[in-house]
Design a protein around this ligand. Structure first.
Ligand code: EPZ
Length: 416
């Protein structure tokens, strides 16, 4: 297993370019299955989760070629609507092909993605949506199998604004007969990006980002060339890096509207953030103030930035509280931060963080992607050396993270 070593204490300074969004690229890659024409995706990050999704599309028969940060996906040769469990277990987001397969072929058979470190991650909202569109859905032997004699538009109310369920239903409904309306839909920027991609293919979708999405089904969808949006969570992670190291970092390739909840909360801690030549400049000069935060679906504070904020608040001058409302088990990083000297108490879905003047390097383990990112951030400030095990979790979602941090002045090394 790969490990990362960080020698803490350096202020990070300089410019970093944010990569394309993992959580936008994954559903858009799945959406390419809706067309029998090739699609060209630009600004695709070179990270493990994208490579897994490339394998998923190839297993279904699609052609997938990578040229630098460009992916060419040819859905004309897709000859299967069944996905084995080794791939869906490897990455939950593989289940996003289900909506596209149902939209294209009227059926799909995908193994249950299973839970992961942060929660059980059920699929009930996805299945309910497929059922409403006219699919018979059977769940047996660890698989979800959806079959239909043709999809018909309908009204769907999501109990929870699930990102994946919204995306899967959008992709299936894009090829249904008639109009589908999804209420209480997720409003994340990645959903808007998926709408823009599908509409570029010839779909007729509107309302993403506003909570109610209207999808008018069409017969065919064409091939397109498309640039995915920047990764707002990678951007937020580097913004915290500036705050935690008292650094001065300019982020390029960002969409500040996507970062509003993160910017607002970081400013409350005393981190200075200003627009700079189309990007953002982040200054961690002042001592950090404690803040309270609650994770919520967009436009609330993103759960994918919760571990990173906890690392930052471990060094604030006072007591902060974080409430995690989206996932039931997203505090796996707490034990590891405690090993570095953080003073954190868990009360159900709330974490009480008593800020300390410093953290110390230790041997820690990454338990999931964003927990791993939080440990890197804490290690950048901690006194001495930190060894982070199971670093493969981090490589799932952060492109070239060691070099990007090294260029900012961090002492960080991969220790295989
Ligand atoms: C997406 O996961 C993201 N992944 C996650 O990012 C992110 O944390 C999450 O949305 C929330 O913003 C990708 O986009 C690939 P959900 P997703 O369906 O779609 C419950 C990262 O670090 N739920 O919005 O799986 C579920 O249990 C990853 O990049 C149901 O109950 O998230 C959870 O509590 C981690 N039934 C909540 O909704 C369902 O059918 C949010 O899940 C579906 C979900």
């Amino acid at each position: 297993m790969s490990r990362i070593m960080v020698r803490g204490g350096n202020r990070l300074e300089g410019t970093v370019e944010v990569s394309g969004s993992k959580n936008s690229t994954l559903p858009i890659m799945a959406a390419c299955l809706l067309s029998s024409k090739p699609c060209v995706l630009n600004r695709v990050p070179d990270i493990e989760d994208i490579r897994v999704m490339e394998g998923v599309l190839r297993e279904l028969g699609a052609g997938v070629e990578r040229y630098g940060d460009t992916l060419v996906i040819d859905g004309s040769s897709v000859d299967s609507w069944e996905l084995s469990d080794d791939l869906t277990r490897k990455m939950r987001a593989s289940n996003l092909v289900m909506g596209a397969l149902i939209g294209r072929f009227g059926c799909a058979r995908v193994a249950y993605p299973g839970g992961c470190a942060i929660g059980s991650r059920p699929m009930d909202l996805h299945i309910k949506g497929f059922h409403k569109l006219g699919c018979e859905v059977y769940e047996a032997h660890g698989y979800m199998e959806a079959k239909s004699q043709g999809l018909n538009g309908c009204e769907i109310l999501l109990d929870f604004p699930s990102v994946g369920a919204t995306e899967n239903i959008m992709m299936a409904a894009a090829r249904a007969k008639g109009v589908t309306v999804i209420r209480n839909a997720a409003r994340e920027p990645e959903i808007v990006d998926l709408q823009n991609f599908l509409n570029r293919m010839g779909a007729r979708i509107r309302g993403t980002g506003l909570g109610t999405i209207r999808i008018e089904g069409v017969g065919e969808l064409g091939g397109v060339t498309y640039d995915v949006i920047p990764d707002r969570i990678e951007a937020g992670t580097f913004m915290v890096a500036a705050g935690i190291t008292r650094g001065d970092i300019v982020l390029e390739n960002v969409v500040s509207e996507h970062l509003e909840p993160i910017i607002a909360k970081l400013k409350e801690t005393g981190v200075e953030i200003m627009k700079c030549n189309g990007g953002l400049r982040v200054l961690g000069k002042r001592p950090l103030r404690p803040v309270d935060l609650k994770t919520l679906p967009f436009p609330g504070f993103p759960t994918d930035m919760q571990p990173q904020m906890m690392a930052l608040l471990s060094l604030a001058q006072g007591t902060s509280m974080i409430v995690e409302t989206v996932f039931e088990n997203r505090f796996m990083h707490v034990d590891e931060l405690r090993r570095m000297g953080a003073d954190i108490a868990i009360e159900g879905r709330a974490a009480i963080i008593k800020g300390k003047p410093h953290l110390t390097g230790a041997v820690v383990e990454a338990t999931d992607l964003r927990a791993g990112a939080a440990l890197v951030l804490a290690a950048l400030r901690a006194e001495g050396e930190t060894f982070i095990g199971n670093a493969h979790h981090i490589y799932r979602g952060y492109e070239d993270i060691e070099n990007k941090l090294k260029q900012l002045g961090a002492e960080i090394f991969r220790v295989d």
